[in-house]
Design a protein. Structure first.
Length: 494
């Protein structure tokens, strides 16, 4: 990943500002609760949901274990079907490849169907530096682009905007990007959608180059799959003469049959639909039908390093459904921008620090952007144990250790600002290793309980500022057990 959002502070500071914005919190609460409720109903219809979830987990784990073999198979299949495969180790290489392919066409405009991978590498900005303007065609992405904004949700990138804000953005900005918004535009959904349709239609009909992502890639046949709800993807994938797809290497599945599982779990977990209104599949090129030239850019950008982590690699199972965001109490209150990444919410809190490393202040803070309630794991359609990975990454931030970066093992130094935490953990380890000292400390704490402060001093003030300190019992558990059950009788009597 090329870096965090420009100017973004660490998560605690960004979240502190976000929770003080009542409009943002209202937008998020309404949207996430609505999507969450619809998803619950859609999932409840499927009697074998648990087995589908387990099947998805197993397919993804199998693919990751044999990723090298399946990637080679994918390249052969795409090439045999008339496409060209390019390998990009990082964001810079991917942007250079795509910009070069666009320059070869002689075009200065491209249309895009939603692709988080291109947002991850900041492709739009890289193309603009080369004199190429990229137009987002997904409605939510269009809103974000026109508003000079950043996406804040995986499924609904403009979830932080309400209808009035969207109308104002369309009225103010559409004319600078193409067809202006109609006069007297209101904030009714139908009128907003019609304004976007008219604005985008001229771009679809004019564009010679399309850029897409991929929800899935089938190694067996070289087929790419994009699922969406608006039809913009179908236009981007069929009308241009040249199609360039940028996809992370983890989007692979071995066989066509494997799609059966994900085409059931993805729509229900994301849009709460039984199936997506538009499921587009293409394999290379076909004379007289669709683009005449097809390029596939396979993006690593930290994924191989993530794969080397036995605990953290499960983040690569993610199918970008966003179910974890919609149930997360932290995301609901802080919003997506606070995560400083195109991947917000619980999945972003474990994926971004692995793709980018934990060297920056914001990436070191993301594993702590969670209450560890486990709701994200419960709804994940591929059973990613996000709390487990969060704790794993917290240990990495505090203690450092060996990690894989750029394909090499490097010794990571502990992050700054965690000295007190490390000292506390060392003290706890010593105390638990010396039962006598632990017992004496517990008794001292119980007997001095009336003098305990209501809030912690020093570095602990931030923790106790939003939490109640648990009261210390009047006597330690061991003393209570000895007093009440310390006899030889089965019922505890002497």
């Amino acid at each position: 990943m090329s870096g965090t959002f420009v100017g973004m502070p660490a998560f605690p500071a960004a979240a502190h500002e976000a929770v003080r914005n009542p409009t943002l919190r209202g937008n998020l609460r309404h949207a996430t609760h609505t999507i969450r409720a619809k998803r619950e109903r859609a999932v409840a219809e499927v009697e074998d949901w648990a087995r589908l979830r387990e099947a998805g987990r197993r397919i993804k784990d199998h693919t990751l274990r044999h990723l090298d073999r399946y990637l080679v198979q994918l390249e052969k299949s795409v090439t045999a079907a008339g496409g060209t495969v390019h390998w990009a180790a990082d964001a810079e290489e991917a942007n250079r490849i795509v910009a070069g392919l666009v320059r070869e066409t002689g075009e200065s405009e491209v249309v895009k169907v939603k692709s988080m991978a291109t947002q991850e590498i900041e492709l739009n900005e890289a193309l603009l530096e080369q004199g190429v303007r990229a137009y987002e065609t997904d409605l939510a992405e269009l809103i974000v682009q026109l508003g000079k904004d950043r996406p804040s949700h995986i499924l609904v990138p403009a979830i932080h905007r309400n209808r009035g804000e969207i109308r104002d953005i369309f009225t103010r900005e559409m004319g600078e990007w193409g067809r202006p918004a109609p006069d007297g535009l209101t904030d009714t959904p139908a009128e907003l959608a019609e304004a976007a349709r008219l604005h985008l239609r001229e771009k679809f009909l004019r564009a010679k180059v399309g850029i897409s992502g991929a929800n899935f890639m089938v190694a067996e046949t070289g087929t790419l799959v994009v699922v969406e709800s608006e039809g913009n993807g179908r236009m981007c994938l069929t009308l241009p003469e040249t199609l360039i797809s940028v996809a992370g290497i983890e989007k692979l599945v071995p066989t066509w049959r494997d799609l059966e599982v994900f085409l059931q779990t993805l729509p229900r977990s994301s849009t709460a639909e039984r199936m997506n209104p538009y499921t587009s599949m293409w394999t290379g090129t076909t004379d007289g039908d669709g683009p005449r030239t097809f390029h596939l850019v396979l993006l690593d950008n930290g994924r191989t390093d993530t794969l080397a982590d036995e605990v953290g690699r499960q983040a690569l199972r993610c199918i970008r459904c966003s179910a974890c965001l919609n149930v997360c109490p932290v995301y609901e209150r802080a919003g997506g921008h606070a995560y400083g990444s195109v991947y917000p919410g619980p999945i972003g809190a474990i994926l971004s620090p692995q793709l980018r490393g934990t060297g920056s202040e914001i990436d070191a803070s993301l594993p702590y952007a969670s209450s560890l309630c486990g709701a994200c794991y419960d709804v994940c359609p591929v059973a990613i144990d996000i709390p487990e990975v969060l704790v794993h990454l917290r240990e990495r931030v505090v203690a450092g250790g060996l990690v894989t970066r750029g394909g090499n093992k490097v010794l990571l130094k502990p992050a700054k600002g965690h000295a007190a935490e490390r000292a506390a953990m060392r003290a706890a380890r010593w105390a638990f290793a010396h039962p006598g000292a632990l017992r004496a400390g517990q008794r001292l704490a119980s007997r001095s309980r009336r003098f305990h402060p209501r809030t912690l001093p020093g570095p602990g003030r931030a923790w106790s500022g939003s939490r109640d300190l648990p009261p210390v019992p009047s006597e330690p558990f061991r003393d209570w057990w000895q007093r009440t059950h310390g006899g030889s009788g089965k019922d505890g009597t002497k």
